[in-house]
Design a protein around this ligand. Sequence first.
Ligand code: VAH
Length: 313
Amino acid sequence: KILVIGAAGQLGSELTKSLSDLYGGEQVIATDLNESARSKFDYCKFEVLDIMDKEAARKLVKSENVKQIYHLAAVLSATGEKNPLFAWDLNMDSLLFVLEIAKEFKLDKVYWPSSIAVFGPNTPKVNTPQYCVKEPNTVYGISKQAGERWCEYYFQKFNVDVRSLRYPGLIGYKSLPGGGTTDYAVDIYHKALAGEKFNCFLREDSYLPMMYMPDAIKATLDLMHAPTDTVKIRSSYNLSSMSFAPKEIYQSILKHIPDFQIEYKPDFRQAIADSWPDSIDDSHATKDWGWQPEYDLDKMTEDILKNLPNYKF
Ligand code: VAH
């Protein structure tokens, strides 16, 4: 069985569906903190699980004969800055626990997402390489950097087959914007379709690496299905598909909604965005397991504006 921790999140809600489509709903156990998430998972099993409740998680792994864990629960960058110690505790303690469980129960595979947030202000900003200076200055980024070190440690020391991707900002229409610095690029579509002016919390020229959710799902499954010996990087792979600034996503929407208005009001999240790269070199992912993105900005905008109006949250 496959256990998905944090299944009701932005990535989790789409990845859980893809895993169920691939392996059958009866093979997938979606878990989340809130009972209210149950209604989202009528296609697989659902259990309420607070990943900080280690005994409950152990019991679930044992009773359901779990063989793979996708650990997607985390506090994102903007929310993390409001609650640093809680964010560190949740992000780190839960990962260490999942790695220990994987070692103890000899799980087949573990997936854990990292992020471009591991890069900091003195990281090369253009075509950021796989190996470079990483001095993240957000709690979220610090926890992702430390988490990558632990993943590589458990692979090398205990042969835990844990795999990871440094996601860019992920954009999907199936979840509302969360506590992410890149979530302006989710919210902008909702506002455009609602005929409302969009207040963008980043500067118009704030370039960030971004990815449409279908590409993120494809990369995750490509990595998880790759033969073990082709997965050469056991910290976390750089991953990219496109980079854009708010003014470009605005222009992309204008092609479909010509009277859409925007104004730029940078807030505390601008400093977070400024500490991250503009673009990412993901040549190792391409070389090791054949990564190729499918969506560019205009193709994403068309798909979102077509699907969002009839998506039931
Ligand atoms: C965030 N969406 O903004 C996440 C992601 C690279 C950004 O890690 O925190």
